[in-house]
Every structure is written in structure tokens, then in C-alpha cells.
Design a protein around this ligand. Structure first.
Ligand SMILES: Cc1ncc(COP(=O)(O)O)c(C=O)c1O
Length: 465
């Protein structure tokens, strides 16, 4: 059939009915009195919930061009709701028979996307944070007492998790594009103190891609492991031809890393609660050994609980991802087409920003994050106008609202990129604007978004003259 817009309301009732049928096939029973409730009360609570949910930014709308937020696909939602009605727990095969098999299938596909060998070890997690924690924990077990090195632009989770794991963390300088500086990395590797280098492929702030293909040989030379945090960027592996060839070379090098993390709840159309971690070597499983006399009895096969830090984990997450990837497979025409649209949006907005009289792009977008700031001369002015732009774009009627996000840029960061913004003894940074264009619809909304943002910037700068 011809593709058409998929609505949750077209599928959810059928799925609820189908799962109810599975449940009643075991023989019907009524809920215990302790679980019964006054239907009027339920109705009023759910009505209140709806009212309270009004108090939100419209993450689902193309006019929301701020943080890394977007809604799951209706296929994922329908699958999640249906599976949640049975609430399997992918800790063990006993807890989630069907969903464990689905998780194995999606893991095979994701590992293949990264070019990992078939003997990889991996599993889904609740988040990118837990996925990274696991990879750093394994790194600590392999290289005890040695530090992890991550770029200054990496996600804060790495320093925080180093604290949790009680290992030192070293911040490596980043270059003018926000990528890890190889010279600084080598200087630090030479000390012999680094056990693991964390390369970020798609930094949270700027979407910059660390030079992984060059980091791997360097780390090997000094005996360090390489962990890749591609929680946000990982699915760009599907569209190498739409990336700068140098960026694509670094995505291709993921296949040579020791471990990698990706978040299907970012670019994989999933609801929150879906990260993933992979290790190249299956033998890593030895670090997870634990005693659990109360689980693992229905099957001799490997249970996810035997190779993950977390205990309970939603089987519904695996089901939602499995269903989504059946409809949007991991190739350039499937899920890749979704990423491609965001990438197109970023490059076309960048082109408009380059021609703007009131806004300046900070740097070329490497993935789908666009950063820009008002064309002003001082840190104080840039900061003030950016903050006002953020508030004013959203302070109008709903249909006119544009939602943006800010990012803090240091004076040294402007200077590194060739902007002549003077040092200010009163402050060392300014807020600029950051838009993550991760909703494919935004591809067609860029002229609209751009003219809105330009107009509001003009209005603010006129008032400030
Ligand atoms: C590069 C990177 N790593 C890790 C994380 C943390 O992931 P999560 O929010 O799923 O815990 C993020 C979140 O934005 C990220 O962008």
C-alpha cells in the first residue's frame, strides 16, 4: 500500500483489544476490590492530568527548534502501550520471553549498523547515561586506576560517572569545530595515565564529531581503550553520503572501537527509556558475573540480566524499538530518511544564517544542530539579545510561537572560531542560540523558522539602539 500518515488513534484501540484477548484467553477474572476505584474520580484525575500537561513546550511541533526532544513514532507508541499491558521485564527470559527475542533482533541490527562483529555483547538500557556508565565501568575493570579522557565538549555524564566509579577523568581540549584536539590527546596519553579515551560522535551542544578514525590508532599506540559515546549521533551512521566525507570516515571507524553507546530514544523514534550499549568482545560478559538464585530458571540461554548492570528493564522498550525498525529499517531509505531530513534542515538553515544581516552562524553544522547568535559586538550584547530572543519568540499566541534553546559559548570559543568579540573582565561567556533539528518535518519549515527568528532579532536590536 502507498505510505500515509500513521496515527496512534488508528492503531491503539485495536492493539488494546488484541492484548485484552490474549489476557482473557487465560480465563477471565475481576480486579481485586483494592484495585477498584470510583470511575468519576478516575475521570477527574485524568482530566486534571490533561490540563496539567498543557504546561509544556510543544516538543512534537516543527516550531519547537530547541533541545534534543521529539515525540516517538506512533508505531513505537502503539507497540509500547500494547506490550506494557503485559509488562514483561527483559531482565530475564522468564520475565519477558517474546520481548527478549525482540531485543536480540534489534541488537543484532544496531550492532550491524556500527559494523560490529557478530560476537558482540550488548543490550538495551534505560538511558544513554546508564549505557555510558556500564562502558566506563568495564573500562575501569580492564584498566584499574587509570583515567578516562574525554573532550571538554563531551556530555557531563563522563566526569560524573568517573566520580561514581572513583576513577580520574581528564578533559581534552576541543578545536575550533568543537572536536577533540588530537595533539592535546597525545600529550595526555604520553603520561601513561589514560586507560580509556571517550570519543563523542555528535556532541550534545554543537553536534561535533570527534576524529575517531585518528583517535583509535593513537589510543592503541599508548595501550588505551576507546569508548564511543554516540548517544545522540549514532543513527547518522545510516547516511554517510550526506555527511562531510571526513565526518563519515569517523562514523565508519566505530566498527574498530571497544564499546559504543547509542540512544534509540533520541534519533530512533522511541519513547524515553531506550538506550543501548555494545562491546566488541563477547568475553566482556565475564565482568557481569553475579549470583541470582531467584531468576534464570526457564531457559539455559543467556538472560539480559546476566550481562547488564540494571536489574528490571521494560520489555515494552524492546518491543517498541523492534516494531519501529520493522517499519523503518536501519538503512538510508528507512530510518536514514528521517535523519536525512533533519540534516537537510540544518544545512539549509545554516545557508540562510550565513546571508542574514542580524544573525551569524557559529559554525558549520556537522549533523543536525544549528548554532547562531545575534550579530553584535560584545559578550554582554550577544548574551542579552539571545536571552530575549529565546523568551520573546515563545511569548506570543500558540500558533505563532517558536521555541528555541540557548547554549553558553566562552569568549575563547568565539575567538577560536575567528570572531572578534573582545575579552570582557565582567564575564567570560555569552548565551547563543542552539536548535536541534531532529523532527523531519522541520526540513520544510526552515524558511518560516528563519524569518520568525530574524524578525524577532530585528525587533529586539531596534529597541536596543
Ligand atoms: C552525547 C550524549 N551522551 C550522553 C547523553 C545522556 O543520555 P541520556 O539523556 O539518555 O541519559 C546525552 C544526552 O543528551 C548525549 O547527547
Amino acid at each position: 500500500m502507498e505510505p500515509r500518515e500513521i496515527k496512534l488513534s488508528d492503531y491503539a484501540p485495536k492493539m488494546i483489544e488484541a492484548i485484552d484477548a490474549i489476557k482473557s484467553s487465560y480465563g477471565s477474572f475481576s480486579a481485586h476490590p483494592s484495585l477498584q476505584a470510583d470511575p468519576q474520580k478516575v475521570e477527574s484525575v485524568l482530566a486534571e492530568l490533561t490540563t496539567r500537561l498543557e504546561d509544556n513546550f510543544p516538543f512534537f511541533h516543527p516550531h519547537y527548534a530547541g533541545q534534543m526532544l521529539k515525540p516517538p513514532h506512533p508505531v513505537a507508541m502503539a507497540a509500547y502501550i500494547a506490550t506494557m499491558m503485559l509488562n514483561p521485564n527483559n531482565h530475564s527470559i522468564d520475565g519477558g520471553r517474546a520481548t527478549t527475542m525482540m531485543e536480540r533482533e534489534v541488537l543484532r541490527d544496531l550492532a550491524a549498523m556500527f559494523g560490529y562483529p557478530e560476537e558482540f555483547l550488548g543490550h538495551l538500557t534505560w538511558s544513554g547515561t546508564t549505557a555510558n556508565l556500564e562502558a566506563l565501568w568495564i573500562s575501569r575493570e580492564i584498566n584499574p586506576n587509570l583515567a578516562i579522557a574525554h573532550s571538554k565538549d563531551s556530555h557531563y555524564t563522563h566526569t560524573r560517572m568517573a566520580e561514581v566509579l572513583n576513577i580520574p577523568a581528564l578533559a581534552i581540549e576541543s578545536d575550533a569545530a568543537g572536536r577533540m584536539d588530537l595533539n592535546d590527546l597525545e600529550e595526555k596519553l604520553k603520561t601513561g595515565q589514560i586507560g580509556t579515551v571517550v570519543a563523542t560522535l555528535g556532541t550534545t551542544g554543537l553536534g561535533a564529531v570527534d576524529p575517531l578514525a585518528d583517535i583509535i590508532p593513537l589510543a592503541k599506540k599508548y595501550g588505551a581503550r576507546v569508548h564511543v559515546d554516540t548517544a545522540y549521533g549514532g543513527f547518522f551512521s545510516l547516511i554517510p553520503n550526506s555527511l562531510d566525507p571526513e565526518t563519515a570516515r569517523h562514523f565508519a571507524a566505530i566498527s574498530e572501537s571497544d564499546s559504543v553507546v547509542v540512544d534509540p530514544h533520541k534519533h530512533g523514534l522511541q519513547p524515553y527509556g531506550c538506550g543501548a550499549v555494545f562491546f566488541r568482545e563477547r568475553s566482556i560478559g565475564r565482568f557481569y558475573k553475579h549470583d541470582s538464585p531467584y531468576t534464570y530458571f526457564a531457559s539455559e540461554d543467556l538472560h539480559f540480566g546476566e550481562i547488564q548492570l540494571e536489574c528490571s528493564r521494560a520489555g515494552a522498550s524492546a518491543a517498541a524499538l523492534w516494531a519501529t525498525l520493522q517499519v523503518f529499517p536501519l538503512n538510508a531509505d528507512g530510518l536514514g530518511a528521517v535523519l536525512q531530513a533533519g540534516r537537510n534542515a540544518a544545512t539549509s538553515w545554516h545557508a540562510l544564517l550565513e546571508k542574514s544581516e542580524v544573525l551569524v552562524p557559529l559554525q558549520q553544522p556537522e549533523l543536525d544542530i544549528v548554532t547562531y547568535f545575534p550579530r553584535m559586538n560584545t559578550l554582554e550584547q550577544i548574551d542579552r539579545v539571545s536571552a530575549e530572543l529565546f523568551h520573546r519568540s515563545a511569548a506570543v499566541d500558540r500558533k505563532e510561537q517558536i521555541h528555541l534553546a540557548t547554549y553558553v559559548m566562552k569568549q575563547s570559543g568565539f575567538a577560536k572560531r575567528g570572531f572578534d568579540i573582545p575579552v570582557d573582565p565582567a564575564r567570560d561567556s555569552a548565551r547563543i542560540m542552539r536548535s536541534v533539528l531532529m523532527k523531519p518535518e522541520q526540513e520544510n519549515w526552515i524558511p518560516d523558522l528563519h524569518s520568525h527568528v530574524e524578525n524577532v532579532t530585528k525587533e529586539i536590536t531596534e529597541e536596543n539602539k
